[in-house]
Design a protein around this ligand. Structure first.
Ligand SMILES: C[S@@+](CC[C@H](N)C(=O)[O-])C[C@H]1O[C@@H](n2cnc3c(N)ncnc32)[C@H](O)[C@@H]1O
Length: 234
């Protein structure tokens, strides 16, 4: 099964199912903290599904590009908020999105990372961070499902926060938030939320020479730079 066939085959039923979730509740772990005082700008929702979250962001004033490679995109386009445009594109290359030449203040990947094979994930992370503007946020949530049969049949790849933290460290991207929540309906699934930020060196003046892991070493543990509640390392 490729990463879009399930969504192509079950488009209409999934539309109902995904829209039965209130996005304010889906995003309760990170959004109140990070969106409250942030002026709405350009956002991108990658693996946008049927557009629930893209419309939710647009309703708060964001201009949104919704990127979705499956036919799940079609009802999304039909029900799009006026501030949402749709693209048929996919990770890791997201060529059409990059060709737009935009930089985004917010990039959201909600329940998408497990569709990207391990061999493409480092590149995908690099491509995503290169699309962010200074102080831009990259919000990724990881579907951590314990049902091996479901993971196999849906073609989900094993993923972990630690892998992402390694990519972030290599690219001087700072982790601002990390938290894990149980799925509200299914006991075998947890969702791990990670919020990364591209440092705005012009604003903070914190990095005087060189980039890379030194930025994280300098800022790790500083409460204003890295706020998360899990046990493993930052
Ligand atoms: C579990 S759904 C999540 C949809 C939406 N983000 C949400 O939270 O409701 C995963 C989505 O990722 C999309 N997807 C699969 N492979 C992808 C890829 N390589 N790049 C971008 N999106 C992908 C699927 O088509 C599907 O719409």
């Amino acid at each position: 099964m490729n990463s879009t066939s399930y969504y192509n085959e079950n488009r209409d039923a999934l539309f109902e199912q995904y829209h039965s979730h209130d996005p304010a509740i889906v995003h309760r772990a990170w959004a109140p903290r990070f969106l409250k005082d942030r002026k709405p700008g350009f956002a991108c929702d990658i693996g946008a599904g049927s557009g629930r979250d893209a419309n939710w962001l647009a309703g708060q004033g964001w201009e949104v590009v919704a990127v979705e490679p499956s036919r799940f995109r079609e009802p999304g386009e039909q029900n799009a908020h006026p501030r949402v445009i749709w693209l048929n594109d996919a990770l890791p290359e997201i060529r059409k999105l990059r060709a737009l030449g935009h930089r985004f203040d917010l990039i959201l990947l909600c329940a998408v990372w497990m569709h990207v094979p391990q061999s493409s994930r480092e590149r995908a992370f690099r491509v995503l961070t290169e699309l962010l503007s200074p102080s831009g946020l990259l919000v990724i949530n990881l579907r951590l499902g314990r049902d091996e049969e479901e993971n196999r049949s849906r073609g989900f790849h094993p993923i972990s926060a630690d892998e992402l933290l390694g990519y972030a460290r290599d690219r001087a991207v700072s982790l601002r938030f990390r938290d894990k929540l149980p799925d509200r309906r299914r006991g075998h699934i947890e969702w791990e939320w990670l919020v990364f930020e591209i440092p705005d060196f012009a604003r903070t003046g914190r990095l005087r020479s060189g980039v890379g892991s030194r930025f994280l070493e300098e800022t790790a543990g500083a409460p204003e730079d890295c706020q998360w509640r899990s046990r493993s390392g930052c």
